[in-house]
Design a protein around this ligand. Structure first.
Ligand SMILES: Nc1ncnc2c1ncn2[C@@H]1O[C@H](COP(=O)(O)OP(=O)(O)OP(=O)(O)O)[C@@H](O)[C@H]1O
Ligand SMILES: [Mg+2]
Length: 256
């Protein structure tokens, strides 16, 4: 569905990504992992027309979308859930959903919002609450639901586990695999919670300093002890290893 070829991109004159080749097959869950500052968010921003593409190409359903406006890409069925600030804290859950459904007619958006509360029952409970009062995990569910309001073919998910307690992050990861398994959505997911992401993903890319260092099956990257310990903080002996440090009580700390 998405093919990235020899992509060089960045911000202004600053180059962040170098010669990237990435394939996102239809209905698959493609995972991009890598240390802080590797360029993961920049990759998604390059696809969404937010970062600057210097050279190379980004093909979506065989047509170039490099440099296209974010709004145009949303209309084409690409939905982007940013790393932070992905909900409107002052608006209710329902208003957030309806706002995200701006591409649909009002009645359709209403029906779709209803459908979202069936997919994510936790949202039904809090439908009239301000999104800013949701816990971090609930807020991520809302952000995913907002992405789904646009009826996407392709979803770009940026580090949904950021700032979540491990148990909540795990729940969010399970929801992501449901998107693929039950709704058949094609997903490109960037994650710092590398171990879990590699377990649920189909294909994986390891990004280090703006360059691809591994391309292959997601779970097979877990069999590369050197790459895992050097870049992902996953130690082979410690099966619970993961690439991030969290405070277990920090569940509601991200500002929407
Ligand atoms: N808007 C921007 N303008 C200039 N430089 C930026 C901008 N956004 C990011 N960068 C730089 O680009 C590099 C890659 O950043 P990016 O946010 O893509 O990393 P990341 O892999 O998503 O990291 P993290 O895991 O911390 O989210 C960093 O050196 C960062 O400082
Ligand atoms: Mg990032």
């Amino acid at each position: 569905m998405l093919r990235i070829r020899n992509l060089n991109s960045g911000y202004g004159k600053l180059q962040v990504l170098y010669n990237l080749d990435i394939d996102v097959p239809t209905k698959g869950l493609t995972v991009v992992v890598g240390p802080n500052g590797a360029g993961k968010t920049t990759l998604l921003c390059s696809i969404m027309g937010i970062a600057r593409v210097f050279s190379g190409d980004i093909l979506y359903e065989d047509k170039s979308i490099a440099g296209k406006l974010t709004h145009t890409l949303a209309q084409k069925g690409i939905s982007y859930v940013p790393q932070m600030g992905n909900v409107f804290a002052e608006l209710s859950v329902l208003d957030n959903l309806q706002m995200a459904g701006y591409l649909s007619k009002k009645e359709d958006a209403k029906a779709k919002a209803e459908q979202m509360t069936e997919i994510f029952p936790v949202l039904k409970k809090f439908i009239h609450r301000k999104a800013g009062t949701l816990s971090g995990g609930e807020r991520r569910m809302l952000a995913i639901a907002m992405g789904l309001m646009k009826d996407p073919k392709l979803m770009l998910l940026d580090e949904l586990s950021t700032d979540l307690a491990p148990i909540i992050a795990e729940k969010v990861m399970m929801e992501v695999s449901r998107l693929r398994d039950e709704l058949g959505i094609t997903i490109l997911m960037v994650e710092q919670m590398a171990k879990r992401a590699l377990e649920i993903g189909d294909t994986a890319y390891l990004l280090v300093s703006g360059e691809v260092r591994y391309t292959g099956k997601a779970d097979e990257l877990l069999n590369e002890p050197e790459l895992c310990s050097m870049y992902l903080g996953i130690k082979q002996a410690d099966d619970k290893g993961s690439s991030f440090t969290l405070s277990a009580t920090d569940e509601g700390s991200d500002q929407g």
